[in-house]
Design a binder for this molecule. Structure first.
Ligand SMILES: Nc1ncnc2c1ncn2[C@@H]1O[C@H](COP(=O)(O)OP(=O)(O)O)[C@@H](O)[C@H]1O
Ligand SMILES: [Mg+2]
Length: 254
């Protein structure tokens, strides 16, 4: 069964068709890439998967369950977590507090309420704090725990956002242009984090402009163009598809 099944997904903004009948299946074991020119509808697609935008038609299912019209927190609680193209960390919170915030809406987090003020609650809080620190280490920010997010350089804020998403114990991690604007060294670190996360069993879907990075990492690629699904297939198939070369890759090379 598909982890994510998208069927006829459409989204209109007045006269603009941002998404026009997108149908695709994302397998549980996929490291799935969505590529396409600016304005193709990639971020809108993520926004429809996560409750930020309400599609005008079509359905999205997670593990066979219809999540199409669910609100943002409900989708997050079901295990779809994301990062944003324009990083959205809490600037006045420390790196550690930012990651801790990712535990909110986690299914086990509701337990804390019933344990209010008890030693068991303090143990649970301690465990969450330790886990947040481990996610910081995971993305290479172990020594930035107490630094305010606002004081971290851009590439680190992007990794912090990944750590926060992982704190949510996602079954699906959506990354919107994770490598955009980061240095080549950070890009390598990021590739390692993405690969390791995928290998641990998380379904990863990433929007990415860097075609080389996509070809290096992805098991499956979808190409969007003007809200439509142009091609979907293995990286090899997509790379050699003439429509893709014409519409996208060719222009970048040319
Ligand atoms: N909230 C919105 N209101 C109006 N138009 C939007 C909104 N969000 C996206 N769009 C439009 O939808 C199209 C697709 O945008 P987007 O999904 O951001 O593309 P991509 O991420 O592929 O660059 C663009 O024409 C964009 O201007
Ligand atoms: Mg975008």
């Amino acid at each position: 069964m598909s982890r994510l099944a998208v069927d006829g997904l459409s989204l209109r903004f007045g006269g603009l068709e941002a998404l026009a009948g997108i149908s695709l299946d994302i397998a549980e074991h996929a490291l799935y890439a969505v590529i396409g020119p600016n304005g193709a509808g990639k971020t809108s697609f993520f926004n429809c998967l996560t409750g930020y935008y309400r599609p005008s038609a079509g359905t999205v299912s997670l593990d066979g369950r219809d999540i199409t019209r669910m609100a943002v927190p409900d989708v997050a609680a079901l295990g779809i977590r994301r990062t944003f193209q324009n990083v959205r960390v809490f600037p006045r919170l420390s790196a550690h507090e930012n990651v801790l915030a990712g535990a909110h809406l986690r299914s086990s987090a509701s337990l804390l309420g019933t344990l209010l003020g008890t030693p068991a609650m303090r143990r649970a809080e301690r465990a969450l704090a330790d886990e947040a620190q481990r996610w910081l280490e995971y993305v290479g920010l172990a020594d930035k725990s107490r630094v305010l997010a606002a004081d971290l350089p851009y590439g680190m804020r992007k990794r912090l956002e990944v750590a926060r998403a992982l704190m949510g114990q996602p079954s699906v991690l959506l990354l919107d242009e994770p490598a955009a604007g980061v240095s080549s060294v950070e890009r390598e670190e990021l590739v390692a984090v993405i690969r390791r996360t995928w290998e641990s069993g998380v379904t990863v879907v990433m929007i990415e402009h860097d075609v080389e990075l996509v070809m290096q990492l992805a098991t499956r690629v979808a190409v969007l163009q003007r809200g439509r699904l142009l091609v979907e297939g293995s990286p090899e198939d997509v790379r050699s598809d003439q429509r893709v070369v014409d519409a996208y890759l060719g222009r970048r090379r040319g």
